[in-house]
Design a protein around this ligand. Structure first.
Ligand code: ASP
Ligand code: MG
Length: 406
């Protein structure tokens, strides 16, 4: 007998018919003799609808009430699934974040889980109950409802699996695994049977939407084996797990893209201590994450500084940076949101040479100009013009032979 956490995303619980299919998958694990904890998202589109409601009544909705509102989608799905399971003769019980309790910090809209009290869940499992937990939500120490950021129910599921020391965390979604690139962009994309935590994390952070990055971080930290599977088919699946020798043989495991990017350049910045801090502190105080940063070599005591932020935060970042640029004595600020980030990822990069050169050559063969570059041990990212996104993805996928069978 094993303890299994099953997480179902929004498209898997989009309506009651689909929820019956979810119930069947849950029952199958239960009948196999396993303890089952189910974690659910809201019905597809529901969180967006709730967010739109909040913005309809206020330009800057109060954050406490905002979280209280947008977490309700999950209350609907967990209760509905428990009702379905009960009607089929299975003992089931739904839990909201505060009922578990899933304790988070106080950062509304992007709270971090600090502790999960497993007492109630364990008590119910012992009685043979199927436990159904609302994803995406928690509660802070003052009993305010918090949410974990978009896509946060992945993190709920992995955190619960870690806290319960579950044997497996299955993430059911509308695709049958993790692919070498987005199959909607390139039909030659190949499903990976296995991918390492680090690669998955880089993929998730550079645009692959299949898992929330924080869930992968958590899986790595607590060594939770995560299976990404399709709700609608029993075929396929990708195991996200520890790195092994097999994985290192491949140069790359994927090509990702992110169109949610904007580039900001501060022109003619005095080159002296404290200037970068003067520009980036105000952004961080407003919780705006900066991704890539490039500072040009200084000429005559001045330099240009370019960085990227999420397109959604560009307007706010621009406002802040305009003021900060003035304060540090820079000449002007330029913004460009007509860009995309293309990344190649693979643990094999560590042992194979010439990977960056091959990437740049591939882009140049296609006539694509590279505006910014950043690297980590297992990732290289380039900022390019947005309209070349698909071209870059397919060219890189071909150049690194990703469609080949392993
Ligand atoms: N319902 C939330 C969202 O749409 C959480 C999730 O789906 O993981 O972001
Ligand atoms: Mg999701």
């Amino acid at each position: 007998m094993a303890l299994i956490v099953q997480k179902f995303g929004g498209t898997s619980v989009a309506d009651t018919e689909k929820m019956r299919n979810v119930a069947a998958k849950v029952i199958r694990e239960k009948k196999a003799g396993n303890d089952v904890v189910v974690v659910l998202s809201a019905m597809a589109g529901e969180t967006n609808r709730l967010i739109a409601l909040a913005h309809k009544v206020s330009e800057l909705p109060n954050e406490r009430e905002y979280d209280s509102l947008i977490s309700t989608g999950e209350q609907v799905t967990v209760a509905l699934l428990a009702i379905i399971l009960d009607s089929l003769g299975y003992q089931a019980k739904s839990f909201l974040g505060f009922q578990v309790k899933i304790l988070t910090d106080k950062a509304h809209k992007k709270a971090r889980i600090e502790l999960i009290d497993t007492k109630e869940i364990k008590k119910e499992l012992k009685k043979g109950t199927i436990v159904v937990v609302a994803g995406f939500q928690g509660v802070d120490e003052d009993n305010n409802i918090t949410t974990l950021g978009r896509g946060g129910s992945d993190t709920s599921a992995v955190a619960i699996a870690a806290a319960l020391k579950a044997d497996r965390c299955d993430i059911f979604t509308d695709v049958d695994g993790v692919y070498t690139t987005d199959p909607n962009v390139y039909a030659k994309a190949r499903r990976l049977n296995k991918v390492s935590y680090d690669e998955m994390l880089e993929m998730a952070m550079t645009g692959a939407k299949v898992l929330q990055p924080r869930s992968v971080e958590m899986a790595k930290k607590y060594n939770v084996p995560v299976y990404v599977k399709s709700t609608f088919s029993d075929e396929g699946g990708t195991l996200v797990t520890k790195e092994d020798k097999e994985m290192e043989k491949e140069v790359l495991s994927g090509v990702t893209y992110d169109k949610d990017q904007a580039k900001i350049t501060v022109v003619h910045v005095p080159d002296k201590p404290g200037v970068a801090a003067g520009l980036f502190m105000p952004l961080s105080e407003r919780n705006i994450s900066v991704d890539m940063i490039i500072q040009n070599a200084s000429a005559e005591g001045y330099t240009d500084l370019t960085f990227t932020v999420s397109k959604k935060e560009m307007k706010e970042a621009q406002k802040i940076i305009n003021a900060a640029a003035k304060a540090v004595g820079a000449k002007r600020v330029e913004v460009d949101d007509d860009v995309a980030k293309i990344s190649i990822i693979g643990v094999g990069m560590v042992s194979h040479s010439g990977v960056a050169a091959r990437m740049f050559k591939t882009m140049s063969n296609e006539g694509i100009n590279i505006m910014m570059i950043s690297t980590s041990e297992i990732k290289i990212s380039c900022i390019i013009k947005r309209k070349y996104t698909e071209l870059a993805v397919t060219a890189l996928h071909d150049a690194f032979g990703l469609e080949k069978k392993k």
